[in-house]
Design a protein around this ligand. Structure first.
Ligand code: ZN
Length: 340
């Protein structure tokens, strides 16, 4: 009961990439970089185990960016053809590569780090991939001429990758879809269908992570414009409740998304964000337990998984450790309070 997990990324050691910087360039190259990624992955797993996280991840130590990390091995993309594009419904601008031909997955993308992770932990292993809607919102189209068609092609490629990760022993595959909160109408129109295509045929546990983004300025400004109650989840949850995706990971602590909206996710496991990734103070176990308690009227305890609001990549390592300890202690506190 109340099994803990994380949204995905953890801060990288300073010998791998510059700390405190989102999407920081690698500190090494060639074979030395490959070794450093391997070392960092094993360390990330060990720290999660020592802290007591039940369902662990590779900490995304081998990728710079949660979307481009997947795209790097996909053929049909011109990385030199960079376009400045408004993303997440024009919330902020980013320089993105361009699709210039038919998209194919020539090789596995994450097999190396998934195999390393599987070899070094006996705990259940979660692996994250970007979702199709978020991918097409982070790349320019110079070939398909139709965003949905391009999303469906990416969904097919994600499915190939996800099946391979499952075969390597991953227990949980998560698709990150922060774009769902930016394009709420499209979620029901085609976003969930694309997600289900990406997860088609998987026998492992499937998750979608939907958040309001990392704690960068553009996201903080956007959040402050959303009013007293954030209602994006209200638009998205009914379509997800009907989907085949088993778990939904979402942000909760310090968020203005009303907890009652969890009632719209009937039948799904909920990975509840009880750790803020956009502040500099570790939560207390009591705070974590309180957030979990606030969800109990809407989610059965066996369906509730304490989690972080989002990835922790840009955070100080020491702070991330303190926050994960609070996550585990908060879950234990609630178990003892409820005598379960
Ligand atoms: Zn997130």
């Amino acid at each position: 009961m109340f099994e803990t997990t994380i949204a995905g990324s953890l801060p990288k050691p300073s010998w791998l990439a510059k700390p405190g910087v989102l999407w920081a360039p690698w500190a090494l190259e060639g074979e030395a970089l490959a070794e450093a990624k391997r070392d960092a992955t094993i360390l990330a797993l060990k720290e999660q185990e020592d802290i007591g996280i039940d369902i662990v991840s590779d900490g995304e130590m081998s990728r710079q960016h949660f979307v481009h990390g997947f795209l790097e091995k996909i053929a049909g993309i011109d990385w030199a053809k960079r376009v400045r594009m408004g993303i997440r419904n024009n919330r902020y601008e980013a320089d993105v590569p361009t699709v210039t031909g038919h998209l194919t997955r020539k090789d596995s993308v994450h097999a190396t780090e998934a195999a390393i992770s599987r070899a070094h932990t006996k705990r259940r292993l979660k692996f994250t991939l970007p979702g199709p809607m978020t991918i097409i919102d982070t790349i320019a189209d110079g070939y398909y001429g139709d965003r949905i068609k391009m999303a469906m092609r990416f969904a097919e490629l994600l499915n190939e990758e996800a099946r391979e990760l499952e075969a390597l022993g991953c227990d949980v595959i998560q698709f990150d879809e922060p774009a769902f909160n930016a394009f709420t109408a499209e979620v029901a129109e085609w976003g969930v269908a694309a997600l289900e295509r990406a997860a088609q045929g998987l026998k492992c546990v499937t998750v979608v992570h939907i958040c309001y983004g990392y704690g960068i300025k553009a996201n903080i400004d956007w959040k402050s414009s959303l009013g007293q109650e954030w209602r994006q989840y209200e638009a998205v949850f009914p379509a997800l409740a009907k989907s085949k995706i088993q778990q939904v990971s979402l942000e909760c602590i310090n968020s203005r998304a009303p907890v009652r909206l969890l009632g719209l996710l009937k039948g799904k496991d909920v990975l509840l964000g009880t750790i803020d990734v956009a502040n500099d103070t570790a939560e207390t176990p009591a705070q974590v337990a309180d957030v979990l308690k606030s969800a109990l009227p809407y989610v059965a305890p066996e369906k509730l998984f304490p989690c972080t609001n989002c990835g922790m990549a840009p955070m100080e390592r020491k702070l991330a450790r303190a926050k994960l300890k609070a996550l585990v202690a908060g879950a234990a506190l609630l178990r003892s309070e409820l005598k379960i």
